[in-house]
Design a protein around this ligand. Structure first.
Ligand code: F6R
Ligand code: ZN
Length: 189
């Protein structure tokens, strides 16, 4: 049986306590996601294990709801800001909410039929992710980007499509400002 409890979420560090699971993605784990793969290889060769983001979860298999944090480091691969892999949910009827607590970034979303939207991520903004929109978060600032996500436990993650074909847009640094550009490597399937 499940019992209620208060879970501490630190909006600066993203620490969740108690947590049920956590993982880190490093630059090497993200090979294939950034446009400039030669730059990524060079960074991995010279800098070793660079953490790009950490995910800390509070999930109970018996509950319909889960939540947790994503803590994103600042940084770029070439002119492309550090970002998450991006995914659709396996359950197409499951949306999500991202509540940004510190830092700044952009949430890039793409519908199944190719519509693209960008939602600003900054403290106080709760981003609504409708069902069946792929979502990727991007840290465009100089500090950590920390957000809390709330999702159905059974939503599931489908990474393959975004990994294979990329997203239609990417977010690059243009003169010190984030710029949403068309992805030249986007492969329509
Ligand atoms: C869960 C969710 C987030 C992301 C996390 C990492 O549905 O959207 O918890 O999983 O921000 O991003 P991905 O999973 O795309 O590597
Ligand atoms: Zn999600």
């Amino acid at each position: 049986m499940l019992f209620p409890e208060g879970v501490s979420v630190d909006g600066r560090t993203g620490e969740v306590s108690p947590a049920t699971d956590r993982y880190t993605k490093t630059l090497a784990d993200l090979r294939g996601f950034f446009r400039d793969s030669a730059k990524l290889d060079e960074m991995v060769a010279t800098q070793g294990e660079v953490p790009v983001y950490e995910v800390i979860g509070y999930r109970k298999a018996e509950s319909d709801l889960s939540f947790g944090t994503t803590i994103m480091s600042p940084g770029k691969v070439g002119d492309e800001y550090f970002m998450t892999r991006g995914h659709f949910h396996v359950r197409r009827d499951r949306g999500e909410v991202y509540y940004t607590q510190s830092g700044e970034g952009l949430l890039l979303l793409e519908s199944r039929d190719g519509d693209t939207r960008v939602v600003e991520m900054k403290p106080g903004i709760c981003a609504f992710i409708p069902p069946d929109w792929a979502h990727r978060s991007i840290n465009t600032g100089p500090e950590k980007l920390v957000f809390t996500w709330f999702c159905a436990t059974d939503a599931g993650h489908e990474y393959g499509e975004i990994q294979e074909r990329g997203m239609r847009k990417l977010v690059v640094d243009r003169g010190g400002e984030p710029f949403v550009a068309a992805n030249p490597n986007f492969a329509e399937r």
